[in-house]
Design a protein around this ligand. Sequence first.
Ligand SMILES: [Zn+2]
Length: 65
Amino acid sequence: MSKWQCDACGKVHRRNPKNCRSCGHTVLSPYHGDGEEGRDWLWVGLVALTVLIVASILLVALTVL
Ligand SMILES: [Zn+2]
């Protein structure tokens, strides 16, 4: 997911609006700045946590059986 930055005032929007909510300018450019990397690391953490939970469930199942 990309962000959009106003060409006039530099305001960054999460989605592509028809015009800037800050100054009303209509030209916005794709913005690849901060936030994207942090979100990636959040996903890595969630996947790692899921794998850990599944692994512990399997371990418990194997111990019980
Ligand atoms: Zn603007």
